[in-house]
Design a binder for this molecule. Structure first.
Ligand code: ADP
Ligand code: ADP
Length: 229
């Protein structure tokens, strides 16, 4: 059953651009949902609506069966939606554990409780970094893992990932895929995985939506597409 549904979502900008022209989308718990589309198709706009950065001009956003109106990224986050951005918004002069917990908890000191929570998070994700390592000293792949850990650490049930592998090397991508599978299958998270790469969408996702010019032109179970390859 879907945790997040969009129904007839339209987004117009003040300059007259219609970035989304009535999009329906169902995102289910325990599933990885791929969102594909060329540049300008409306992917970022859709992500911003899901993550509370934009309001939809028209249409309904239904969260756990109830229509909602996010009015900020924080409100979306409080309800259980977290976003992993393509360009990783971490603070390089802070440590891994500070990046993960200080921002979203508003805590100014790292208690023993937070350190325990960090270790639990590492176990759930199946990946661990030195909590005191400075983020500025990490590789790009490690930083992306810190963003994923930050999203999971908020307790989000829907994790929106905006081209999380775009700037990563091949082996770093594999680590992200492993983590995404573990979060969906092991933790029953809903994942919206936005990508340019058809191969990774075919290999990683359970369902796929293709956007073109602000319209969902294809909605399918990935396995059904695979048969036709
Ligand atoms: P994608 O992420 O798939 O590349 P976007 O959602 O960024 O697509 O853009 C969809 C369309 O909306 C494009 O035509 C883009 O130029 C337009 N657009 C995006 N943001 C704005 C904005 N703030 N104001 C006006 N037009 C915008
Ligand atoms: P632009 O910068 O072109 O105005 P925005 O995406 O910032 O484009 O805003 C487009 C419209 O979406 C705004 O006029 C505003 O009404 C609405 N909007 C955007 N973000 C929010 C938000 N967080 N909360 C409420 N409305 C928003």
């Amino acid at each position: 059953n879907p945790i997040m549904q969009l129904r007839g979502v339209v987004k117009g900008f003040p300059n007259g651009t219609l970035a989304l022209r009535g999009v329906d989308l169902d995102i289910e718990q325990g599933k990885v949902h791929g969102l594909l589309g060329a540049n300008g198709a409306g992917k970022s706009t859709l992500i911003k609506i899901l993550s509370g950065a934009y309001w939809a001009t028209l249409g309904d956003i239904i969260w756990r069966g109830n229509p909602v109106k996010w009015d900020s990224p924080k409100a979306a986050n409080d309800m259980g939606v977290a976003t992993v951005h393509q360009h990783i918004p971490l603070v390089p002069t802070l440590s891994v554990i500070e990046n993960i917990f200080l921002g979203n908890r508003g805590l100014w000191r790292l208690s023993a409780g937070i350190r325990r929570e960090y270790e639990e998070l590492c176990q759930r994700i199946g990946y661990r970094l030195d909590p005191d390592a400075l983020v500025g000293n990490l590789s790009i792949g490690e930083r992306q893992m810190v963003s994923i850990m930050t999203a999971v650490g908020t307790g989000a049930d829907l994790i929106v990932m905006d081209e999380p592998t775009a700037s990563l090397a091949a082996e770093e991508r594999e680590l992200v895929y492993t983590t995404v599978r573990r979060l969906s299958k092991g933790e029953n998270k809903a994942i919206l995985f936005v990508s340019h790469f058809l191969d990774e969408v075919m290999a990683l996702t359970d369902q796929v939506t293709v956007l073109r010019d602000g319209t969902a032109v294809l909605r399918a179970n990935t396995a059904d597409l695979d048969e036709d390859r």
